[in-house]
Design a protein around this ligand. Sequence first.
Ligand SMILES: NC(=O)c1ccc[n+]([C@@H]2O[C@H](COP(=O)([O-])OP(=O)(O)OC[C@H]3O[C@@H](n4cnc5c(N)ncnc54)[C@H](OP(=O)(O)O)[C@@H]3O)[C@@H](O)[C@H]2O)c1
Length: 212
Amino acid sequence: MRPTVTVNCAMTADGKIAGRSRRQLRISSPEDLQRVKELRTSSDAILVGVGTVLADDPHLTVKGLPPERNPLRVVLDPCGRTPDDAKVLDDRARTLIVTSEGCQRTWAKGEVLRAGTDRIDLEQVLSSLYERGVRSLMVEGGGETIFSFFESGLVDRYMVFVGSMIVGGRGSPTPADGDGFPDGGAVRLRLLGFERLGDGVLLTYEVGHGPS
Ligand SMILES: NC(=O)c1ccc[n+]([C@@H]2O[C@H](COP(=O)([O-])OP(=O)(O)OC[C@H]3O[C@@H](n4cnc5c(N)ncnc54)[C@H](OP(=O)(O)O)[C@@H]3O)[C@@H](O)[C@H]2O)c1
């Protein structure tokens, strides 16, 4: 058994989730930020890759919620690169850092889960989260992490806010980076809805499992 997985991100109108410096970019409209807050509140856990922790240093919490009501924060960090003073390790919520089995690093705060030898075994992570009571997981990024969830066929819903700006840059991250699928391979989506949220559009897709 595994939690329901929703991938949520914000991209520019030219398909980037950050600019070429990879620093955090405010793409969401105020209306979209409110929607993300509600989605976080209704999720049992929020997951990001260590690249996002290093680039953005996010709290990954819902302002106003006490620690016990905030979703569990999960960081995919195979080699243990999360800094000790990362905001994701503060007292505002519980945190689970997922490393590979070969990584010896521990942190003063935050629990560690070792899953997979080379790559992190995402199915193992999800069943472990399910055992901890997580029924809904929100994957917030970045591009490497989102691609690895799609590649593993573990995404149920994909929500992307398209903000009205262009940032360009061939190296700027996109919602799904990684190695990409082989020629002709793609994950098929079914458009469930679209909604104007301020000066941008939210697209919601259901995901057909596995590349085709
Ligand atoms: N606009 C948005 O909605 C949004 C949201 C979040 C982030 N971002 C942006 O995204 C960028 C960061 O994205 P990113 O792609 O560089 O980083 P990322 O996806 O946050 O993290 C990537 C790293 O996480 C680890 N990882 C992810 N999946 C793994 C797996 N299946 N197995 C093992 N390790 C795994 C790897 O760590 P190792 O390298 O240590 O192996 C990988 O390099 C930043 O610019 C940030 O601002 C944008």
